[in-house]
Write a protein that binds this ligand. Sequence first.
Ligand SMILES: [Zn+2]
Length: 137
Amino acid sequence: MAIPQAIQRRGFRKWYERELLVGHSHLVLLLLSALTLLGGMEAFSQPDGQRWLMGSCVLVAAAIGLWALRRYLFLLTRAEHIANQAVCPQCQAYGRWVVEPQAAVPRETEGTASDEGAPAQMRVCCRGCGWRWQIEW
Ligand SMILES: [Zn+2]
């Protein structure tokens, strides 16, 4: 689900909370992968063990751990980037806004060359004072 639709559906605070939970679940996966990696390395060093099995276990744990680290950093960075723009410039209320439905512009619809690499934006409206501004991610 795209970010504007997800925020429209749940509200910003619930969306943000959910992003942090999902991000930190990847951190837990990273820690489990590190434990598996250490256990596999120790078992790999045993002379009577099945070295090919422990070697493949170490490789799989390392791959999962790298993916989990990358995903963790991506989710938290994106959530923080949006949260840093979530304060209403007019009344300073945090996270009390709604996404304006037709104004959410997905990245793919911008076709000009100058817009490539430009961040996607959504237009939001403060529920307290009605101020409108853009949030990009
Ligand atoms: Zn406001």
